[in-house]
Design a protein around this ligand. Sequence first.
Ligand SMILES: [Zn+2]
Length: 261
Amino acid sequence: MRLPRHSGGPHGPKTPLHVLRQRSIRRLLEASLQPPRAALAVLDETNAPNLLDRAKAYAAVLEAPWDPADRNFAWNLIAGVLPCGRGIKGVDVSHCLVCASLPNPPADSVAHLMRCPCLSSLREWFAAAWTQMGWPGNPDFTLAIVFGHAPRCGDRVALVALRGVVISIIRTIRYQVTQDGNTTPPGRRETHSRAAYLMRRHIQFDYEYVMMVTKDPPNQPTRWRPKSRAHFMKRWEKMCTVAHGLLIFNELIRRAEEPPD
Ligand SMILES: [Zn+2]
């Protein structure tokens, strides 16, 4: 199979470590005739459709234009190797680490994390962004975020960007709990403002990219970035407008007037 090419881009040049990881991933993908037990458990828990092409889901994560830490996290979600409960060093409980304070704490798992009350604001934001983009249907949050499986929306690249925003926030929340011992899930306002910030950052980067795209390296068009200003506007017209060369974001992702608490 063809593996993604990583050009310089926002994540810097190739490093020997990066190449090494790509090679081991290639082996993993090629040898994964029978999915490991943990990955099967995730498919089962999330009621992922049988048709779901796992190799494609992995490949999509590997080539997604996200921060490497987000790609790792997304990979771990599909593979079912997200450290859960007792799987985390020093943790000897198996209930959800994020919403443990709620009554009847459910077991900690990938499937639970995606349905966890701590992500309700994020699920709400994702649904709002989907609607804002004018996309039809009603995507299943878990399938869309874990496997990238969603109704046809007309712009896969924009959807990958949106999914990246959500993954990044889930990773941060999870990290705050497991590494920093922070047990208070972020509030609605904090979640929405973080999501808006990440979305603005992506769109801003697209815009800057399109202003300097050329036929020569290193600014050749890539499949992840708009090819022209018109292409940029077509992709993001529901999220922003351009006035005098400046991006004006719509309400969903506008910078809040007040600084966050
Ligand atoms: Zn939970």
